[in-house]
Write a protein that binds this ligand. Structure first.
Ligand SMILES: *[C@@H]1O[C@H](CO)[C@@H](O)[C@H](O)[C@H]1NC(C)=O
Ligand SMILES: *[C@@H]1O[C@H](CO)[C@@H](O)[C@H](O)[C@H]1NC(C)=O
Ligand SMILES: *[C@@H]1O[C@H](CO)[C@@H](O)[C@H](O)[C@H]1NC(C)=O
Ligand SMILES: *[C@@H]1O[C@H](CO)[C@@H](O)[C@H](O)[C@H]1NC(C)=O
Length: 455
């Protein structure tokens, strides 16, 4: 009996030793970015205590959700169940934006129970190796996507997750790369059973940017009145939207809205007044934002706050709002252009867009044309000058010729007159002779020379 008890104690000691709790993190196990919502989970059984940098806090649930993490949340996380403590998990929050973008293209961050959303994943370097997940009601599941759509030649894909049921709110969506540390941002979707919904962003609002809150009613009836509340205090608004021009830390809080509405086709309709669920607004520090400049066809991107080695990417915004990467950094057509800095683990914010018209020719061609024009002009001047000089020389030469010609003319005249004295035919003969004389003369001189040489 004692022996059995001993074995039993040993067994308990062994299993206790093995059953060390572990901190699991969603979305994980990749990099964590500023603004992410983190879900930490501690397995095992018994009372839970959470530690951040070895300091216990008041969180005592199996899962600890941290919304909108910032660099302040970098550190060591551990949990204890009963008397056993987990190994610490190190989390480093990066200030960039994840390299791939996940966005809501249909549906809103707050949907009615039983509804769904459509997401879009974009990665400039192709979609091969990517898969997407949803974390809801304590479990992370993979979302089915046709493998054919995830090829290296595609940069965007639409994702159709399942509808959200009861107890599946909030649902966190993100995508991961199988081989690399790359990940997308996290989209948070919550459900409500109310007819009225306060719509914010599916991610924390960026400090220093504009934010629009919307009060929507399911089925789009006529809204006659809408009111917004922040931490139970009514905000001033005149329509069913509330705009914050520049988001600050003070805008964080619990928001809700109240709408009075009436459906068009219901004649015996008394207006309803319904208050939405509360939405917690969180903020995040704006990631570095570069500045785009365009000179002629050439784009350049500069970013003062971007530290570490990075490169730049250029984008063209298509008519449908899609961003197309411009790999050579040259303006192709009229339109909106943007740029961003790119690191190994993330990207910067997009620059402010610049609208530009594609120039007809590059500045180099214009410079070459101008230089050619100048050269042509100089050549023309030189040509004219040379021509003039030639004309002058020719005129001078002609003058000289005229001086000589009269002599010859005179000589001919004289010869003619002489010949005339001798007779018509004689004139011809004289002329002929004078030519032969010349020839003979030449000959003679030549002969004389020869004769001289011969001597
Ligand atoms: C927690 O999960 C890890 C990994 O799945 C496992 O090794 C460990 O034994 C679990 N701990 C408990 C207390 O269940
Ligand atoms: C912790 O769990 C309790 C009961 O399950 C729940 O009511 C409460 O909202 C949870 N707290 C947090 C912060 O999730
Ligand atoms: C980070 O912590 C510092 C001091 O603890 C605080 O002033 C700052 O506002 C925090 N930043 C964020 C983004 O929470
Ligand atoms: C019209 O309004 C009444 C009262 O609000 C409601 O009971 C009824 O269901 C509505 N009918 C339709 C078709 O929406």
């Amino acid at each position: 009996m004692e022996r059995i008890l001993f074995i039993f104690t040993v067994f308990i000691a062994l299993t206790e030793g093995h059953q060390k709790p572990e901190v699991t993190m969603w979305p994980g196990p990749k990099e964590i970015y500023s603004g992410d919502t983190l879900v930490l989970s501690c397995n095992g059984s018994g009372q839970v205590t959470w530690f951040f940098n070895d300091k216990a806090n008041d969180k005592s649930n199996e899962t600890w959700t941290i919304t909108a993490v910032s660099t302040n949340n970098s550190g060591l996380y551990s949990c204890q169940r009963g008397t056993t403590k987990s190994d610490p998990k190190k989390i480093t929050v990066l200030e960039y934006i994840p390299p791939a973008t996940l966005s809501l293209i249909s549906g809103l961050p707050v949907i009615t129970l039983g509804d769904s959303v459509v997401l879009e994943l974009q990665d400039d370097e192709g979609l091969e190796g990517w898969f997407c997940r949803v974390y809801k009601s304590g479990r992370a599941r993979r979302i089915k996507i046709r493998p054919a759509l995830m090829s290296s030649s595609e940069t965007t894909v639409q994702i159709h997750p399942n509808i959200l049921l009861k107890n599946e709110s909030p649902a966190l969506y993100w995508c991961e790369h199988k081989k690399t540390m790359k990940r997308s941002n996290v989209i948070t979707v919550t459900t409500t059973d109310k007819m009225v919904m306060l719509e914010t962003l599916p991610e924390p609002a960026t400090l220093g940017k504009e934010l629009v809150l919307q009060c929507l009613v399911w089925g789009q009836p006529i809204i006659s009145e809408a009111a917004f509340y922040k931490d139970d205090k009514q905000l001033e608004s005149s329509s069913s939207t509330y705009k914050i021009a520049l988001v600050t830390k003070h805008d964080e809080g619990k928001y809700r809205c109240q709408a009075t509405y009436k459906f068009k086709d219901n004649k015996s309709n008394i207006p309803h007044t319904v208050t939405s669920d509360t939405q917690v607004l969180r903020t995040k520090v704006a990631p570095p934002q570069p500045v785009l400049t365009i000179k002629g066809k050439d784009m350049s991107c500069t970013c003062e706050k971007c530290t570490g080695s990075h490169t730049y990417r250029y984008y063209y915004k298509r008519m449908d709002g899609k961003l197309m990467q411009v790999t050579d950094g040259k303006v192709l057509t009229d339109g909106e252009y943007m740029c961003r800095a790119v690191w190994d683990q993330g990207v910067s914010m997009l620059s402010q867009p610049i609208y530009t018209r594609a120039p007809q020719g590059s500045p180099w061609i214009i410079i070459i044309i101008v230089i050619l024009g100048i050269l042509l002009f100089v050549a023309l001047i030189i040509y004219i000058w040379i021509k003039r000089k030639h004309a002058n020389d020719a005129a001078k030469a002609q003058e000289a010729a005229y001086e000589e010609l009269p002599q010859t003319k005179d000589a001919i005249e004289m010869q003619k007159t002489k010949a005339g004295e001798q007779g018509g035919e004689g004139g011809y003969e004289a002329l002929k002779r004078s030519k032969t004389d010349e020839k003979e003369g030449e000959y003679q001189t030549l002969g004389a020379g020869e004769g001289k040489g011969g001597e």
